[in-house]
Ligand binder design. Sequence first.
Ligand code: PRP
Length: 216
Amino acid sequence: MTSSSSGDALDIHVVDHPLARAWLTVLRDEVTDNTAFRSALARLSRMLVYEAFADAPVDEVDVQTPVGVAPGVRVRTPPLFVPVLRAGLGMLDAALAVLPDARIGFVGVARDEETAQPVEYLASLPEDLSGQPVYVLDPMLATGGSLLHTLDLLAARGATGMTAVCVVGAPEGIAALRDSDHRVRLVIGAVDDRLNERNFIVPGLGDAGDRQYGPR
Ligand code: PRP
């Protein structure tokens, strides 16, 4: 995992593990069908979430083994996972496989394809998120509008320790995050070249929602 952090409000970790890159390659390939895409996204998401918890605070605990006492740890505070519908839903089961006792909230945002502005259609979140580590799950970070909207919803409920887990992003989306008021950590599979004239990530992987579930 490579990190870039300059003490600013955005802390980026690019997960460049060979297996992560191999699953991302499957996702990028245009011949990968819906079924194989969902499967590859789940496998990659498990790795990304695993890396996202590399610095998670833990409590030291001793456990009795069949032959002695071993020092161990427990994750201090179960996280809140927030998949951004639709595409982020494909990351949720993988995240829960890593941390089964997480809480779950939902945000539904559809990007208007004309304006690229996020249009919210669902916000099902706990009212009080103070002291709650939050992990937003969304495969795509294009303009950053959908993620910033989600971070606004979470910050309005008191969330401070926010991490976004994404598969692929564009420099434009990262710049938008950096220019925002949010203090956020970004764990991501790859940062691509740019956005095209339709605000799709190039080379990217297409539309992660459509590639999992078909066109809206
Ligand atoms: C995609 C993607 C992100 C968003 C990224 O969702 O899953 O949520 O666009 O773009 P942005 O950074 O420019 O906001 P989309 O709106 O296509 O909805 P879907 O997940 O239902 O397909």
